[in-house]
Design a protein around this ligand. Structure first.
Ligand code: ATP
Ligand code: MG
Length: 376
């Protein structure tokens, strides 16, 4: 999802471009997404978006640019945005959860500071919505192990976990796409913002919805097959030149101070060539800095590269720092004032969000049990 994905999001699956079938279906997904964007403008009330995050740490610049801004855009367009904090998924690939309530609080503050409006959007925590998880059992019966084994994103995540923690793939991680189907279908979500690498995940949800209908609701389909809203967001790199990620310790957190922001960019990897140019393939680290700077300065990476030119990476980093500090100033000010109000704001947001998510999921579970004939 940008549902609670612990996926190497927006990293194109290797070789996609070489496989005609894959690129044809990607092109189809793009066309469908364009159509959906037009439909949102015409009638946003038709759509409920389900997205989320795993509470594995405070949110960072990658989240803002890849998912948060898009969620706020959809919310402001009038779409019903539902956000899950997938605390159960934290243990899918690690033994330590850290201080979950504290992390959840930080992320809710990040959401609110970024512009998520709890009066319009719904923020809930997985474990507070039992009916959602009960849906997972019938859903698990509708997919095969072989289908789950084919999921490239789960494979990549499992390899990551193995490298990081020498941990085998857990059953929870293996069935993650089915859990995600429960997240989405428990609230009748019909639109899911995804990077292209997450299309296979959403395919599992669509399969579950379709097979449930075939098996239990043949006369009148019960679940709509949700659509992917493809986001073409950039992958933001951390200070070590790999994908910025909460658990890699390479992130610029949204809540960071201005000094910490400057220090982050000072130590960010660049390369040995002095003259700054925008060459995403040949110079990924410099290109990353240029994209970030351009985003906040309201220009293009090419133009920014030109303006820095011979002044080199040191100057580029100063320019990017200024743009980011300036660009994040309002968000950070909002965040500070929300945090100063203590826990009451966050608690209130989650109490309302959890209550609404429970209403939605209880309703779906009641319907599902009736359709399955398991009401006693
Ligand atoms: P973790 O280390 O726990 O996996 P993470 O920082 O990688 O955390 P996720 O929760 O895996 O964050 O990602 C949530 C969503 O945020 C992803 O689906 C992805 O769309 C987006 N995202 C995360 N990191 C980046 C990034 N560096 N660049 C672009 N998008 C990102
Ligand atoms: Mg991740």
């Amino acid at each position: 999802m940008t549902t609670a994905t612990h996926t190497p999001a927006h990293v194109p699956p290797s070789g996609t471009g070489d496989v005609p079938e894959a690129s044809a279906s990607l092109a189809a997904a793009r066309r469908r997404s364009d159509q959906l964007e037009a439909d949102i403008v015409r009638d946003p009330t038709r759509f409920r978006v389900l997205t989320g995050d795993r509470p594995t740490g405070a949110l960072h610049l990658g989240h803002l640019l890849a998912t948060l801004d898009n969620r706020v855009r959809l919310q402001d367009a009038g779409v019903d945005v539902v956000i899950v904090l997938a605390d159960y998924q934290v243990i899918a690939d690690r033994d330590e959860t850290g201080d979950l309530p504290a992390v959840v609080r930080e992320i809710v503050l990040d959401y609110l500071a970024a512009g998520i409006d709890p009066a319009r959007a719904t923020i809930f925590v997985h474990s507070a919505v039992p009916a959602l998880h009960q849906l997972m059992l019938p859903f698990l019966s509708l997919v095969t192990v072989a289908e789950l084994e084919r999921n490239p994103t789960v494979k990549a995540e499992a390899a990551d976990a193995a490298r990081r923690q020498r941990r085998g793939m857990s059953g929870l991680l293996f069935t993650y796409p089915v859990h995600q189907a429960a997240d989405i279908l428990a609230c009748h979500g019909n639109l899911v913002p995804v990077g292209q690498d997450q299309l296979p995940h959403l395919e599992v949800t669509r399969t579950v919805a379709r097979r449930f209908n075939q098996q239990y609701a043949a006369a009148q389909p019960y679940f709509a097959e949700p659509d992917a809203l493809l986001t073409e967001a950039m992958t933001v790199l951390g200070d070590d030149g790999t994908k910025m990620s909460k658990s890699r310790g390479n992130a610029l957190e949204l809540r960071a101070s201005e000094d910490a922001t400057a220090a982050f960019f000072r130590r960010a990897k660049s390369d040995a060539r002095r003259h700054i140019t925008y060459e995403p393939d040949a110079r990924p680290e410099v290109a990353n800095l240029l994209r970030i700077g351009a985003h906040f300065a309201g220009t293009t990476p090419e133009a920014l590269a030109e303006s820095v030119g011979a002044a080199g990476a040191g100057r580029l980093k100063e320019v990017v720092t200024e743009a980011v500090v300036e660009g994040l100033r309002p968000l950070r000010a909002r965040r500070r004032s929300l945090a100063a109000d203590g826990d009451a704001v966050v608690r209130g947001v989650l109490a309302r969000g959890n209550a609404r998510a429970n209403r939605l999921a209880d309703g779906v579970l009641t319907d599902v049990r009736e359709l399955m004939g398991t009401v006693y």
